[in-house]
Design a protein around this ligand. Structure first.
Ligand SMILES: Cc1cc2nc3c(=O)[nH]c(=O)nc-3n(C[C@H](O)[C@H](O)[C@H](O)COP(=O)(O)OP(=O)(O)OC[C@H]3O[C@@H](n4cnc5c(N)ncnc54)[C@H](O)[C@@H]3O)c2cc1C
Length: 476
């Protein structure tokens, strides 16, 4: 995932192609064109995952759909490798490339609200925070992810899970229309009536089909939630996991309960005996009437260290930003993820062993339970697929020093190998790393052939290939 090293002839060819691309774009492109050496390039080229240190030849910061179209047409003409960037949070590092073109949508962050219809049109460069801030002005929400600096496009295109998934469904379940610039430069609308195959594929199929310049979203009324948090000491983690596993299948749609196994931070708000020790952090979000929340928190609190428990009413905007500083830009991240139909005791044994030997205070084993409204959509209704294996695990290593890459990556891979036999096939494409191309068919399973057919129709030359890639059929 680190910087690619290309042979000198290839580098020379890349320079030539990026110069040609730049020259063709100048004059017809209305946004900013950045190249190495430009004052803002150094800041503009970096993406969130510090492991991915690639240097594109040209960054084209688009102002509108016309610019996106121009960039795609020029890129097709010169044959330059092209990445698309919204928030730059691809864990795999797909929103950049060495020597190629980045179509950067960060100047396209308009959100247009229709509060009466509970609808919003959001441009393809929006961050989650751009949408939350705009929609909360009228007390409405769009269900998305849990960190506000994440790009909305990448998240929605992969599916999109967050605090409101059980109440309102995945992000992609709440998109009514996608406006897409396809590889041939056409502007296409996809919804339940127009281009229905593309609409199906865009709901979970990632960025394989074109650049989405606008999403038309369904919104829901919600201003605040009850948030409960607590830290369970190592001695109680087994009991907690068993309770959570048995409780969640019957839990109301209004309740989201996420767990993360990690070392408790050395922070003042963490009580002294827990600091630096293995713990399970629980975060419960209740979206129903506040007075109904407490009964769901009592059992959790009995398994937590008493000094660590708190519950409070928080505004939706506070909820959406509370994890922002836990995942800073520029650190090194590596992830592996999978689904379980059930969380067996053997799996819990592995998790307990793992948290006792976790190599970095920032590394986490995240557990979430899907179900709720998201679980009510049939597997063939969207590309996102099988929602019947509700336990999602995400192993996320987070460290600072490049010299430690091997240690952290090996730790994640080895834990994943231990957990893998009990997993049910399937993976969420947004929680995959850049070295997992062989798992992409697993993400789509029985939907794979339909994905390939839609890809072959809209992108037969695989122009959009920097993603968890669905290759088009090769012509005979
Ligand atoms: C800190 C952090 C928190 C996260 N939290 C959650 C979470 O709560 N829930 C969840 O579901 N996921 C979460 N994720 C995963 C997240 O969904 C993916 O990393 C997602 O790809 C990020 O989108 P982005 O636009 O920022 O990424 P980018 O790196 O900009 O793009 C990601 C991919 O999408 C493509 N792309 C971007 N914009 C467009 C567009 N407009 N049209 C077509 N293709 C496009 C890119 O080519 C690339 O392949 C999180 C990731 C991070 C780093």
């Amino acid at each position: 995932m680190s910087s690619q090293t290309n042979p000198p002839r290839e580098i020379h060819q890349q320079h030539h192609t990026s110069r040609e691309t730049y020259a063709l774009l100048r004059g017809q492109f209305r946004g900013d064109l950045l190249r190495p050496g430009d004052p803002v390039y150094e800041e503009a080229h970096a993406i969130w995952n510090g492991m991915v240190a690639r240097r594109p030849g040209v960054i084209a910061r688009c102002t509108d759909v016309g610019d996106v179209r121009t960039a795609i047409q020029v890129a097709k003409e010169t044959g330059i490798l092209t990445a698309i960037r919204c928030g730059g949070h691809s864990l795999a590092g797909f929103s950049t490339c060495d020597g190629g073109l980045v179509i950067d949508l960060s100047r396209m962050r308009e959100v247009t609200l229709d509060p009466d219809a509970r609808r919003a049109r959001v441009a393809g460069g929006c961050l989650l925070g751009s949408i939350d801030t705009a929609t909360q002005k009228t007390g409405l929400v769009f269900p998305s992810g849990v960190v506000s600096h994440t790009g909305a496009s990448g998240l929605i295109l992969g599916g999109g899970t967050g605090w409101l998934t059980r109440r309102f469904g995945l992000s992609c379940d709440n998109v009514e229309t996608y406006t897409v610039v396809t590889a041939d430069g056409c502007i296409v609308r996809a919804n339940a009536k127009e281009n229905v195959d593309l609409f199906w594929a865009l709901r979970g199929g990632g960025s394989n089909f074109g650049v989405v310049t606008e999403f038309e979203l369904k919104l829901h009324p919600l201003k605040s939630v009850v948030l409960a948090e607590g830290l369970t000491p190592e001695s109680n983690i087994r009991q907690l996991l068993q309770f959570w596993r048995d409780f969640m299948p019957e839990a109301p749609f209004d309740l989201k309960w996420n767990l993360d196994l990690r070392l408790a931070p050395h922070k003042q708000k963490v009580s002294l005996p827990l600091r630096g020790c293995p713990v399970a952090g629980s975060s419960l979000v209740w979206t129903g009437a506040p007075e109904d929340a407490q009964k769901y928190f009592d059992r959790l609190f009995s398994l937590c260290h008493p000094d660590s428990v708190r519950s409070q009413l928080v505004s939706f905007l506070n909820l959406q930003t509370m994890a922002d500083t836990d995942f800073p830009h520029g650190r090194r991240y590596y992830t592996k993820s999978g689904y379980f139909r059930d969380l067996g005791d053997r799996t819990i044994d592995h998790l307990l062993e793992a948290v006792a030997a976790i190599p970095s205070p920032e590394t986490q084993i995240e557990l979430t339970y899907l179900g709720g409204a998201a679980g009510q959509v049939a597997a063939d209704e969207t590309a996102f697929g099988d929602r019947s294996a509700p336990f999602i695990i995400n192993l996320l290593a987070n460290w600072a020093d490049a010299a430690d890459d091997g240690l952290h990556i090996d730790w994640i891979r080895s834990l994943f190998q231990k957990l893998r036999p009990a997993m049910t096939p399937g993976v969420y494409v947004n929680f995959m790393s850049g070295d997992e191309q062989d798992r992409v068919p697993e993400a789509y399973q029985q939907r794979w052939e339909r994905m390939v057919a839609v890809k072959s129709h809209y992108d037969p030359s695989n122009f959009f290939r920097l993603n968890q890639n669905v290759p088009p059929r090769t012509r005979a």
